[in-house]
Design a protein around this ligand. Structure first.
Ligand SMILES: [Zn+2]
Length: 106
């Protein structure tokens, strides 16, 4: 069970996007990093690759370390510390330490 999962809402703790929130698009487990929609956006100069890519400057979110983001609880809308609890079906669930609600992975 990972602390942060794809589809989660997270809040950025450090860097130029500190305090912003976004949805996790991708988790890069091996690097301990996440890609968050509209966060840590970098400009890349893209060489034209006909016929699909027109080239020019494209903007894309760069990965940032999981330790620099905090999961936002969908129940109490706070950047929350996460605990774990064994659910009725035997699986491990994430629990918000603020409101004690289970945070799902919808
Ligand atoms: Zn909560």
């Amino acid at each position: 069970m990972q602390r942060i999962q794809s589809g989660d809402q997270v809040e950025v703790l450090t860097g130029k996007d500190q305090g912003k929130r976004g949805r996790v698009m991708r988790v890069i487990k091996a690097d301990g990093k996440v890609v968050v929609d509209s966060i840590n956006v970098v400009k890349r100069h893209q060489r034209p690759m006909p016929p699909m890519q027109p080239g020019g400057i494209i903007e894309m979110p760069a990965p940032l370390a999981t330790s620099n983001v905090m999961l936002v609880c969908p129940h109490c809308d706070q950047a929350a510390r996460i605990g774990y609890r064994i659910l009725d079906d035997g699986s491990k669930g994430r629990v918000c330490k603020h409101c004690q609600e289970i945070i799902g992975q919808d």
